[in-house]
Design a protein around this ligand. Structure first.
Ligand SMILES: Cc1cc2nc3c(=O)[nH]c(=O)nc-3n(C[C@H](O)[C@H](O)[C@H](O)COP(=O)(O)OP(=O)(O)OC[C@H]3O[C@@H](n4cnc5c(N)ncnc54)[C@H](O)[C@@H]3O)c2cc1C
Length: 552
């Protein structure tokens, strides 16, 4: 892989397509355009996937809630994408069984109001929705089934069976959103795309009245880079309106919706079956999903008008989520049980005055009068289709037939998984470390281990109970452009959201490993540490405060 400096130098050569935004949408557009033979560059103002694309529920799903509301087209498309990703990235996107417990007294399951006289029929209604989900998904191995209360309780021992009337098992898929984004970017680079993080698009450049590039600031050196491109794509998610307004009044409005997740101990769901909480206090649904040895509980969905650069959970968000989990758990969880928290913003597209939970999750490609192409809305699951629709617009503009190739293109290191699995087994690593490395890096897991080269310290986990190895820090610096301690802790290793101490115990070791890789001196190491601690404080203030209050 080219170094970051070389990537930036490549951006200075005339491009066909410049993508602004290095979340999953921008990564998808860069990959799609590069595989159609375009010369592509991508700039990201912070770290790759640092925006919404690291803050999702990690589901690759059709969206059962939208089906219950009759949005067949949206769900069908997402399920087709789910099937593709299960095939094209089997290490990163895996089937996820979900239990749906239905208790007495549900008045708004899946957000659908059910009058009292119809409440006895709720299980039939849910069954009909799941039947339709299976039909749209066309994957018989993943069809739903009804469970007895005993089966449900033995599948998820933590489940409360008080008032449990019926239960269903169905399947979706789960992923690691950051690794998915990095994987898509890695393939884009293999097809020649130049990608730079910490590269902020500050303004657009014009030629004959049309958008023809951007002035980009290199966040590491402060240098200005003028990038020339025949097409410029705005894939900046929740920032899309701000970015489009550099070109004039935008043709769309983004209505950010905040979603908070809590991280709980893995013991809450020991059997790897997720739980769908079919009704929340605000008439939506929520999830408990096993992830990275922990359980993710989410999410809220609230209109947001604060700072889009730094969303954070409030005490009310944390308390709300705990209440929803306790609707279905035998043993109540409380603030003291929460290990971590993260908040993200959904880039929903304005549609009248509906509440954010009711706004459609569809995407739209919007062209400005001067030719800026913005891709807005959508979700993680549909990134590939969003990219296809965007690059189709560019190809049409060029009057060329450049068919999309990504529907059958495996993601990075998705081939050779069996050999990688066998090689990992020979290394004598604990099983959960093997599983983690294979899921995160696919066939490149061997390259991560090769970094350790027999060095036991590099093969050691960074935090007790978690399978993340020290060698991964070195790999991320060498091969994946990881630049800051905060990014390493929050995005690349996730220690700051998965560990109760936000990764404090591992931070010095991670900083040492990064110093060696990035050539930091003592002063820079201190600066990096302070910057990381500031992010921890911002993201955990509400959680800590609630934990203190409830401990009194
Ligand atoms: C709480 C929550 C849960 C979700 N759960 C799921 C789920 O389980 N499944 C699912 O399918 N979807 C889910 N989603 C939706 C999904 O996460 C998002 O739709 C998706 O991640 C958006 O990706 P994006 O690339 O469009 O935006 P982002 O990931 O935010 O990327 C935009 C990028 O643009 C960069 N940028 C902005 N301005 C500039 C500039 N001027 N120059 C350079 N770079 C710039 C930003 O730094 C950012 O990294 C969830 C969303 C939320 C909030």
């Amino acid at each position: 892989m080219l170094s970051r400096e070389e990537q930036i130098a490549a951006l200075e050569r005339p491009l066909d397509v410049l993508v602004i935004g290095g979340g999953i949408t921008g990564a998808g557009v860069a990959l799609d355009a590069a595989t159609r033979g375009y010369r592509v560059g991508l700039v990201e103002q912070a770290d790759f996937a640092s925006g919404t694309s690291s803050r999702s529920t990690k589901l690759i799903h059709g969206g059962i809630r939208y089906l219950a509301r009759g949005q067949l087209k949206l769900v069908g498309e997402a399920l087709r994408e789910r099937a593709r990703l299960l095939r094209l990235a089997p290490h990163l996107v895996r089937p996820q069984p979900f239990l749906i417990p239905l208790y007495d007294g549900l008045t708004r399951p899946f957000g659908v109001h059910v009058p009292a006289f119809l409440q006895p029929a709720v299980p039939w209604g849910v069954r009909a929705v799941l039947w339709m989900y299976d039909r749209l998904a066309r994957m018989p191995a993943l069809h739903h089934r009804r469970l007895t209360a005993e089966d449900a309780a033995s599948l998820v021992p933590a489940l409360s069976t008080d008032g449990l009337r019926a239960a269903f098992l169905f399947h979706d898929a789960r992923t690691d959103d950051v690794r998915l984004t990095l994987s898509v970017l890695a393939v884009a680079r293999r097809f020649g795309a130049a990608t730079a993080n910490y590269a902020l698009a500050r303004s657009f450049a014009y030629a004959q009245g049309r958008v023809a590039g951007a002035r980009v600031e290199d966040g590491l050196t402060g240098r200005t880079v003028d990038v020339r491109a025949r097409h410029v794509v705005n894939a900046t998610g929740v920032w899309a309106e701000r970015a489009a307004s550099m070109d004039g009044p935008p043709q769309f409005r983004i209505r950010p919706s905040k979603g908070v997740h809590l991280v709980l101990q893995g013991e809450v769901l020991p059997a790897e079956t997720a739980v769908l909480i079919p009704q929340t206090d605000d008439g939506r649904l929520a999830f408990l999903v096993p992830w990275s040895g922990r359980v993710i509980l989410g999410t809220t969905d609230d209109s947001y008008d604060g700072q889009i650069d730094a969303p954070a959970a409030t005490e009310a968000d944390v308390a709300f989520l705990l209440r929803q989990a306790n609707r279905v758990l035998r043993q109540a969880v409380e603030a003291a049980d929460v290990l971590g928290v993260y908040a993200g913003l959904r880039p929903l597209v304005e549609a009248g005055s509906r509440s954010s939970a009711d706004l459609p999750r569809e995407h739209a490609v919007v062209e400005s009068p001067r030719g800026l192409v913005s891709i807005v809305g959508g979700k993680l699951t549909s990134y590939r289709k969003m990219a296809e629709d965007t690059v189709d617009v560019l190809a049409r503009r060029d009057g060329e037939r450049r068919p999309c190739r990504t529907a059958t293109l495996p993601l990075a290191d998705a081939e050779g998984l069996d050999a990688a699995r066998k090689a990992l087994a020979r290394e004598g690593l604990p099983r959960k470390v093997q599983q983690h490395l294979l899921a995160a890096y696919g066939a490149a897991a061997a390259d991560v281990l090769a970094i350790a080269n027999g060095d036991a310290a590099l093969r050691a986990p960074l935090a007790e109970e978690l399978p993340v190895l020290a060698a991964e820090v070195v790999y991320a610096c060498r091969h994946e452009m990881a630049l800051t301690l905060a990014d390493m802790m929050f995005l690349r290793t996730r220690l700051s959201i998965l560990c109760e101490d936000a990764g404090q115990a591992a931070a010095a070791r991670v900083a040492d490993l990064m110093s060696a890789g990035r050539g930091w001196d003592g002063a820079e190491k201190l600066r990096q540490r302070a910057a990381w601690e500031a992010v921890v404080d911002r993201e955990r203030t509400a959680l800590r405060s609630l934990q203190r209050t409830t401990a009194l």
